[in-house]
Ligand binder design. Structure first.
Ligand code: FES
Ligand code: FES
Length: 152
């Protein structure tokens, strides 16, 4: 057990925890951030993806002790009152069904748009390669990301 200081969604937090604990467990169980989700636990689905600094990380396999930079989850992108353009576009196009995959996808999409504000359809598809959507909502998800790029 160790006290770790983290920056999560621009907020400084301290957690007393085993540094080998998965970052996903810390976000969900210690910090009450429900957006990053457990899907496979093996870097195969992308449901847990968050940003650490500017890097996309799998929170299921990254231990909290490894985190050396600020963490961003969907909660750090926008709110219902002031949604991020991606969140607005996903709502406008109903891009998703159960929503289980969407948090990781939104985090990846925000990293994509930061690096490439005008991506092509194939750029978006390549960026989403690490994400599974069991509902088959891929087309609407891609359309929403392209819409957000246009609207930003
Ligand atoms: S839960 Fe982390 S990639 Fe699937
Ligand atoms: S919307 Fe259900 S898993 Fe993608």
């Amino acid at each position: 057990m160790k006290t770790l200081n983290l920056i999560v969604n621009r907020r400084e937090v301290s957690v007393a925890i085993d540094p080998k604990t998965p970052l996903l467990d810390v976000l969900r169980n210690e910090l009450d951030l429900a957006s990053p989700r457990f899907g496979c636990g093996e870097e195969q689905c992308g449901a847990c993806r968050v940003k650490v600094g500017s890097h996309l990380m799998y929170a299921c396999t990254t231990t909290v002790g490894e985190v050396q930079d600020a963490v961003t989850t969907v909660e750090g992108l926008g709110t219902l009152e002031t949604p991020h353009p991606l969140q607005q576009a996903f709502m406008d196009l109903n891009a998703g069904q159960c929503g289980y995959c969407l948090s990781g996808i939104l985090v990846t999409a925000s990293a994509l748009l930061n690096a490439n504000p005008a991506p092509s359809r194939s750029d978006v598809m390549a960026a989403l390669d690490a994400h599974l959507c069991r509902c088959g909502a891929h087309n609407r998800i891609i359309n929403a990301i392209l819409k957000a790029a246009e609207d930003s």
